[in-house]
Write a protein that binds this ligand. Structure first.
Ligand SMILES: Nc1nc2c(ncn2[C@@H]2O[C@H](COP(=O)(O)OP(=O)(O)OP(=O)(O)O)[C@@H](O)[C@H]2O)c(=O)[nH]1
Ligand SMILES: [Mg+2]
Length: 324
């Protein structure tokens, strides 16, 4: 899925401006018809262009935004997690409402123009039509604005590569997940020495032979089910719905305690994914802390790795295994 192709949603005035401009610039063929007939023809064709331009651009918005139920489960949950879905549906149906009405009003107006026996009737009919359309567009401005905000959220949803072997990096904030991603793929995530640097799902790729491997760097989470925020939920969705394996990044410098990290490790077990431990920051951590993490892994028969090159090799091996 790639939501980056959804076009920017503009405000009501912008759509009206384009429709007016294009209808005004519609050239009228020279003719020897009388003045009233010429005006009638001119207004009818302008009306047509106006309707077509407006309805087409609004329809593009409706077509661009996906129907939730048609999305893969991961994106359905991402939408539920990040977007007010009632308002989303209401926004799209309000645009459809305008489109249906513009077409209806245009037909009514065209009928009046056909029958009109004076220039004044033609002009007032057109004005009345334009006034109604402008007022409907004004009514949906808040929905257009909402959809534009939604588009900006959706465009940051990660693209999940179909058929790829998906690895999620999980763990507490600041443990070094994004650092791992930057070292084993060409991705350049933001890396900072404070917690909650990553606020979205970053991802990068590597190859295990011909098999594509997608590494997803999730935001740090805190193993607190009751107070989970939207960003933490996003991390869990990726683990639960798209990952083949999880690499739990364990930080032995203990900015977050050993016990807390173990608690999170067990919390992630609920997603029932094969989980391996990567011990980060072995260059600066106390040896006794590193040993404590190693002991924990050994006691629980967990595969652990503490060198980033070994991690990359291990992931490739797992990806190849899944293909067989
Ligand atoms: N010395 C050393 N520092 C590291 C290592 N891995 C990460 N760091 C540092 O730890 C800090 C946090 O690293 P990040 O990779 O941003 O951590 P994160 O887990 O992605 O953090 P969040 O996005 O907040 O969850 C940064 O200052 C990194 O430079 C490591 O192996 N050795
Ligand atoms: Mg990060």
């Amino acid at each position: 899925m790639n939501f980056q192709n959804i076009k920017q949603v503009k405000d009501a005035e912008a759509y009206l401006d384009v429709a007016f401009r294009k209808s005004r610039s519609k050239e009228q063929p020279k003719s020897r018809l009388d003045k009233l007939t010429r005006l009638r023809n001119a207004e009818l064709s302008k009306l047509d262009v106006f309707r077509n331009v407006l309805v087409d651009s609004l329809q593009k918005i409706i077509d661009d935004f996906p129907r939730i139920k048609e999305l893969p489960m991961f994106y359905q949950d991402m939408m539920r997690n990040n977007v007010d879905l009632d308002k989303y549906l209401k926004s799209l149906s309000s645009i459809k409402w305008v489109n249906d009405n513009v077409s209806k009003l245009q037909k009514d107006c065209a009928r009046k123009i056909f029958k009109a026996e004076s220039e004044e009737v033609i002009r007032t009919s057109v004005k009345g039509f334009q006034g109604r359309v402008a007022s409907m567009m004004k009514q949906i401005n808040k929905f257009l604005d909402f959809l534009e905000k939604t588009r900006r959220i959706m465009k940051d949803f990660p693209h999940i590569e179909e058929g790829a072997f998906i690895v999620c990096l999980a763990g507490f904030p600041n443990v070094g997940k994004s650092t791992v991603l930057s070292k084993i793929t060409s991705s350049k995530p933001e890396i900072k020495d404070y917690s909650f640097t990553t606020k979205n799902l970053n991802s990068g790729f590597l190859f295990a032979g011909l098999k594509k491997v997608q590494i997803i760097d999730t935001p740090g989470t805190l193993a607190r089910e009751d107070k989970m925020n939207v960003i933490e939920k996003m991390a869990y969705l990726a683990i639960k719905l798209v990952s083949n394996i999880v690499i739990f990044v364990f930080d032995p410098t203990y900015r977050y305690t050993f016990d807390d990290q173990v608690k999170l490790f067990y919390y992630l077990k609920q997603f029932d994914k094969e989980t391996f431990v990567y011990i980060s920051k072995t260059d600066i951590a106390d040896k006794k802390n590193i040993d404590q993490v190693i002991d924990f892994c050994t006691e629980n028969e967990l595969k652990y790795i503490s060198d980033v090159k070994d991690l990359s090799t291990f992931i490739k091996k797992e990806a190849r295994k899944k293909r067989e």
